[in-house]
Design a binder for this molecule. Structure first.
Ligand SMILES: Cc1cc2nc3c(=O)[nH]c(=O)nc-3n(C[C@H](O)[C@H](O)[C@H](O)COP(=O)(O)OP(=O)(O)OC[C@H]3O[C@@H](n4cnc5c(N)ncnc54)[C@H](O)[C@@H]3O)c2cc1C
Length: 319
C-alpha cells in the first residue's frame, strides 16, 4: 500500500494548484492521473489576467508561448463589436505539464476506479491510502461520484457540450473572434489564433437546449466551419474536433465532506456566461489546500459567476 497524507485525483489545473499549495503548507502530497503528461485536454486555453495573478506569473516567465489579445471581436446577430481588453491564451498541452511540474510533488499514472472510506482515511483501488482526499478529476471525477453525488446533485440544465480543434495553422487573421448564438447555437463559438503557429476553434452550448432544438453540437460545428470558410478565416478544412462535457456553476457546487473535497470541474465551477473554468479550477484548488490545512469547511460562494464583466471592465490591465 502506498500511503500519503493527501492524495489528489487529477493533475489538471485544479489538482496541480492544490498540490502546489499543499506542498507549501508542508502536507505530504501525491497526485494520481489516468494519463501521463503531456496529454491533450479539450479546451480553448484562454486565460484571464486573474489567472496570471493567481499563479504570480508574467508572460515573460512562462516557458512556453503565451498569446496576448488587446481586443476581442464579438459577433452577435450580424453585428460586430471590437472590445478593448487584455486576455491571454496558452496551449493546455504545454500549460498542464508546466503546472504539475511547478507543484514539485510525485505524480503517478493511475486511473482511479474504486475509493473506500476506512479507519479515518481513504483507500484507492487497494493500492493507495491517504488521510485527505482531493477530487480534481474533472466532470467524471471518481471522488465526486463516490462521495458527493447524492449530497451535491448536478442539474442537467447546467451541462455544456463542447467541441474544439487545435492544430498548426498559418492563420489569415491573428485576431480573436467570438460569436454568440451563431446559427441559434445555445452558447458561443470561438476563433483563437495562438502564438507558436496554432489555431484553436470551437463551439459550446447547453446540452438540454441543443436537445430541444433537435440538433447536435456536431450539426452546429459543421455550420460554424462553413462560416469560417466563407469569412476567409480558414483556408482548408480543420481536423476532426474533440468533444467534452462539463457543468457550469450551480448553487450546490463544491464543498467538503469529512476529509474529502471536490474542486474545479469536479465541483462544477465554470462561469455561467463564458464557461471559463481554468480560473475557478485554480482558485478552488488553492482554497481546498487552505481548508485542509486549517481544518475549515470549503466554500465557493465568493467565486465569480460571470466572466464578461472582468473581460470588458478591467482598465488596470490596459497597459
Ligand atoms: C471545448 C472546451 C473549451 C474550454 N475552453 C476554456 C477556456 O478557454 N478557458 C477556460 O478557462 N476554461 C475553458 N474550458 C473549461 C476548462 O477546460 C475546465 O474548466 C478546466 O480544465 C477544469 O480543470 P480541472 O483541473 O478541474 O479538470 P481537468 O482539466 O479536466 O483535469 C482533470 C484531470 O483528471 C484526470 N482524471 C479524470 N478521471 C480520472 C480518474 N478516474 N483517475 C485519475 N485521473 C483522472 C484527467 O486525466 C485530467 O488530467 C473549456 C472546456 C471545454 C470542454
Amino acid at each position: 500500500m502506498i500511503s500519503s497524507e493527501a492524495i489528489v485525483v487529477g493533475a489538471g489545473p485544479a489538482g496541480a494548484a492544490c498540490a502546489f499549495e499543499l506542498r507549501q503548507r508542508s502536507i505530504q502530497t501525491l497526485v494520481l492521473d489516468r494519463f501521463s503528461f503531456p496529454r491533450h485536454k479539450v479546451c480553448a486555453g484562454w486565460i484571464t489576467p486573474r489567472v496570471l495573478d493567481l499563479l504570480d506569473l508574467t508572460p515573460g516567465r512562462y516557458p512556453h508561448a503565451m498569446t496576448r489579445f488587446d481586443r476581442l471581436l464579438f459577433h452577435l446577430w450580424g453585428a460586430t463589436l471590437a472590445v478593448k481588453t487584455c486576455q491571454y491564451a496558452i496551449r493546455r498541452y504545454e500549460f498542464d505539464p508546466w503546472m504539475i511540474a511547478r507543484a514539485k510533488v510525485p505524480v503517478h499514472t493511475h486511473r482511479v476506479e474504486t475509493i473506500t472510506r476506512e479507519k479515518g482515511g481513504y483507500t484507492i483501488d487497494d493500492t493507495y491510502c491517504c488521510r485527505y482526499l482531493i477530487g480534481a478529476g474533472g466532470t467524471h471525477c471518481p471522488v465526486r461520484r463516490t462521495f458527493f453525488s447524492s449530497s451535491h446533485p448536478r442539474s442537467g440544465q447546467a451541462l455544456v457540450a463542447a467541441v474544439e480543434a487545435e492544430y498548426p495553422c498559418d492563420c489569415p487573421d491573428r485576431r480573436c473572434h467570438i460569436w454568440f448564438f451563431h446559427d441559434s447555437l445555445p452558447g458561443y463559438a470561438w476563433y483563437l489564433p495562438k502564438a507558436g503557429g496554432y489555431l484553436n476553434i470551437g463551439i459550446g452550448g447547453k446540452l438540454a437546449r441543443l436537445r430541444k432544438q433537435g440538433r447536435t453540437i456536431m450539426d452546429h460545428w459543421r455550420r460554424f466551419i462553413e462560416t469560417l470558410c466563407l469569412q476567409g478565416l480558414i483556408r482548408s478544412m480543420p481536423p476532426a474536433p474533440r468533444g467534452h462535457t462539463y457543468y457550469l456553476r450551480q448553487p450546490s457546487s463544491g464543498g467538503r465532506i469529512d476529509n474529502a473535497v471536490v474542486i474545479g470541474d469536479a465541483a462544477g465551477l465554470s462561469t455561467l456566461d463564458m464557461g471559463e473554468g481554468i480560473f475557478a479550477a485554480i482558485t478552488s484548488g488553492i482554497a481546498a489546500a487552505g481548508a485542509i490545512s486549517n481544518h475549515t469547511p470549503l466554500s465557493f460562494y465568493r467565486m465569480p459567476r460571470f466572466s464578461l464583466p472582468a473581460m470588458i471592465f478591467q482598465p488596470w490591465h490596459w497597459k
